[in-house]
Design a protein around this ligand. Structure first.
Ligand SMILES: [Zn+2]
Length: 66
């Protein structure tokens, strides 16, 4: 696992690290624990809820690993 993994095909909130890349939870509205799982194409850190493994996040996000 690397926090420099690029994840493509994200919505704007996801790419800004404001929403879960797995389930789309809005972190500004729902205070759920989340962890960085990679970076958007813009270089912003992106997050997924704790409980999802990073590999799952990458798969759901399109598996665009580089
Ligand atoms: Zn989530």
């Amino acid at each position: 696992m690397s926090c420099d993994t690029l994840i493509a095909e994200l919505s704007a909130p996801q790419a800004d690290g404001l929403a879960c890349v797995v389930c789309g939870t809005d972190y500004l509205r729902a205070r759920v624990p989340h962890l960085p799982v990679g970076r958007a194409m813009t270089g912003s850190q992106v997050f997924a809820c704790v409980g999802f493994r990073p590999n799952d996040a990458q798969r759901v996000a399109g598996g665009a690993l580089r």
